[in-house]
Design a protein around this ligand. Structure first.
Ligand code: AHR
Length: 505
């Protein structure tokens, strides 16, 4: 008989990390490739609504329950004129889009995107251009979006058919301004000053908004984490969140090492929390700056293919990563990392949502389907609402090329008090062996086990396509609950969702 290795966990309703801000299940749509044109908007598609939005895509986005969508970029925002995307469509200019070297037709702009976001029940997280533009364009833009009326820009919005203000609450002060690839790239000193003055002007127009300042584009940037420190030095009292971005890939085909990369994300989060709190002490401030992890995902599969794209085409297939099964495991671990840090990570946006490094793919004039990474995202977004609990876990560990002491079992737990449900999420990173998870749930008296969802596949490189769904979850996970202890068998290389609910008497 094979004896399986065991991991132990305590899930106690009093060990609370924080109430989860649902915006950690956010996403991102940039005017890039086929995200907008051919993704959310395709007026000639047989399933398009009267405004040109694809209804098949809307249904898939609704399944993910995305509470907030960042827009319109990304790198694209750093040379974007918001005025190009409003008003009569036939008068909107076609522009060279410099970030991705395509042609932007501007058929979709702010108002259309707000309409679409309303259809999928999401808020918009809007970004202003601090690359080629600055304070003036930003204050006019927020007046257009949020001021009720009786002024030039608010009346312009009304003339464009939008009587009521959009009341967009969350605003990004530029994008990745630390990156030399950014149009209008800035040193931290330059950016910090501009972000502060833009924040002041925007808040004078609408004091109710929340503002996100740029941090580092990833942990490998030579200016990380000094960029954050300098930015916060200037902006601390004027902003609410600092932004983090990070993408991973399995370029050397070392899956054990790849699945441990969420530990780098954890290190990133902890470093930025420390940076924020150092600045809080330095400034003798009462205010706490929280984290907006507003770009995260796997991104590497499409890198070579993107080099072949002809410049100045319209909506070419850019950044169309086809995700495999192991990518879903890492994405699961990244989501669990947010839950464990939900006391400080208040916004997170999977980058992106449709076609561009996305959980949802479409064919122009054809089908829409779910990539492998759709599932962990949908599971955590659906069952991860409530209070994140601090799981006390002891798991067997391994070492990989870049990481030591990697727990084979990566986990998090969420308590939904209102629904009287507890969910344990767990990734088994072991590539050869199943493991047993022994979870002490005695504080949840009167609960029963209702479901053990599993995503597993013998082929780590299996993918979904428009015609074959090779990766999909099943409900045949092997778990029992006896005397307040869950015993769950976690298959090798698997994503698991174990759900408990209070029995109604
Ligand atoms: O999401 C793709 C790109 O990645 C974004 O435009 C940019 O912000 C990041 O570098």
């Amino acid at each position: 008989m094979v004896v399986l290795q065991k991991a132990k966990m305590i899930v106690d309703k009093d060990f609370r990390v924080s109430e989860i801000d649902e915006r950690i299940y956010g996403s991102f749509i940039e005017h890039l490739g086929r995200a907008v044109y051919g993704g959310v908007y395709e007026p000639d598609h047989p399933d398009a609504d009267e405004n040109g939005f694809r209804k098949d895509v809307i249904e898939l986005v609704k399944e993910l329950q995305v509470p907030i969508v960042r827009y319109p970029g990304g790198n694209m925002v750093s040379a974007y004129n918001w005025e190009d995307g409003v008003g009569p469509k036939e008068e909107r200019p076609r522009r060279l889009e410099l970030a991705w070297r395509t042609i932007e037709t501007n058929e979709v702009g702010t108002n259309e995107f707000v309409d679409w976001a309303n259809l999928v029940h999401s808020e918009v997280m809007m970004a202003v251009n601090l690359g080629t533009r600055g304070i003036d364009a930003a204050r006019n833009f927020i007046e257009y979006c949020n001021h009720p009326g009786g002024t030039y820009y608010s009346d312009l919005r009304k003339n464009h058919g939008y009587e009521k203000p959009h009341n967009i609450k969350t605003w990004c002060l530029g994008n990745e301004m630390d990156g030399p690839w950014q149009v209008g790239h800035k040193t931290a000193e330059e950016y910090g000053r501009l972000a502060l003055e833009t924040a002041k002007a925007m808040r004078l127009v609408d004091p109710t908004i929340e503002l996100v300042a740029c941090g580092s584009s990833n942990t490998s940037m030579p200016t990380f984490p000094e960029y954050e420190a300098t930015t916060l030095e200037h902006t601390y009292e004027a902003i609410d969140y600092i932004s983090l971005h990070q993408y991973y890939g399995n370029r050397n085909n070392d899956t054990a090492n790849y699945l441990a990369k969420s530990m780098d994300m954890e290190h990133f989060i902890k470093t930025i929390i420390s940076t924020c709190d150092y600045m809080k002490a330095k400034k003798r401030s009462k205010k706490t700056i929280n984290l907006s992890f507003d770009e995260w995902n796997v991104w590497y599969h499409s890198n070579d293919q993107d080099k072949q794209i002809e410049p100045w085409s319209i909506a070419p297939p850019q950044l169309e990563d086809v995700y495999n099964f192991e990518d879903a495991l890492l994405v699961g671990s990244m989501l669990l990392t947010f839950l464990r840090h939900s006391d400080r990570v208040k916004i997170a946006c999977m980058a992106q949502l449709v076609n561009v490094i996305a959980p949802i793919m479409t064919e122009n004039d054809g089908k829409a389907w779910k990539q492998s990474i759709f599932y962990p995202y949908a599971h955590v977004s659906t069952f991860g609402r409530g209070v994140a609990l601090r799981p006390v876990v002891s798991s067997p560990k391994y070492d990989s090329k870049d990481f030591t002491d990697v727990p084979y079992i990566d986990s998090a737990a969420v308590y939904n008090e209102e629904k009287e449900e507890v969910t344990i999420f767990a990734v088994n990173r072991h590539l050869e062996e199943a493991l047993v998870l022994d979870a002490d749930v005695r504080s949840f008296e009167g609960y029963e086990l209702i479901e053990h969802i599993v995503l597993e596949n013998d082929d780590l490189k299996a993918v979904n396509t428009a015609t074959s769904e090779n990766i999909r979850p099943h409900l045949n996970g092997i778990s029992t609950l006896h005397d307040g202890f869950v015993e769950a068998k976690l298959s090798k290389a698997s994503w698991n969702v174990i759900r408990l609910k209070k029995v109604k008497r």
